[in-house]
Design a protein around this ligand. Structure first.
Ligand code: ZN
Length: 202
């Protein structure tokens, strides 16, 4: 059984200093780290918060991802794909089921299609000129309605390799929206070719 919240907190605190700060992560020593270790310090550990804060859309009646079921660049009857604006990397896409499901309660038919869609979206993003990789993330601590992230890594920018990419994305200036819109449209067209679906919600 996993450690209880109190046990986990005590376990972490045992490695922290008198201000409850852990030592710097190994990742900050990697040469792809966006931060230099000199002057950097870790936030003090906070005790567990129970019960946990409710996520957005736990009640489907208040869920923005249900309300926005017709927003996006590609659709079929079960899924929609949208471009996330205001990012620093060349393209960030988000895949949602059109009906209200979280990952753990996704019906088998949708789960199987998620595998196909994930593979095909990655393939089409990586086919874009000057995009080397599409990274896939599902986290789900903020919103209850399943949303899967696809992050395009720009070609040749070797500092942006790997798991720090989402932090670099937050640091970089906003990527030109017209370029991202055109690339998103290319991915949508390729996805219609490989998986079916359409550019309009209905
Ligand atoms: Zn929803």
């Amino acid at each position: 059984m996993a450690l209880s919240p109190e046990e986990f907190y005590d376990h972490a605190l045992a490695a922290a200093d008198g201000e409850r700060r852990l030592p710097l992560a190994r990742m900050t020593g990697w040469d792809i780290s966006p931060f230099e270790q000199d002057g950097l310090r870790v936030s003090p550990l906070r005790p567990p918060v129970l019960p946990e804060t409710a996520r957005h859309g736990e009640d489907p009646a208040d869920c923005r991802n249900c309300r926005d079921r017709d927003e996006g660049i590609w659709f079929n009857d079960r899924w929609r794909l949208a471009r996330v604006p205001g990012v620093g990397v060349p393209l960030v896409l988000m895949l949602y089921p059109r009906d209200h499901h979280d990952m753990a309660d996704l019906p088998d038919e949708l789960a199987a299609e998620l595998g196909l869609l994930t593979t095909r979206i990655v393939r089409h993003m990586q086919a874009l000129p000057h995009v080397s990789r599409a990274h896939v993330y599902r986290i789900g601590d903020g919103a209850a309605h399943l949303h899967v992230w696809f992050f395009a890594r720009p070609e040749g920018q070797a500092q942006l390799y790997g798991s720090w990419l989402v932090v670099w994305d937050d640091l970089l200036p906003e990527y030109p929206a017209d370029v991202a819109d055109a690339d998103a449209a290319t991915v949508a067209g390729a996805l219609i070719g490989s998986h079916g679906g359409r550019r309009d919600p209905a």
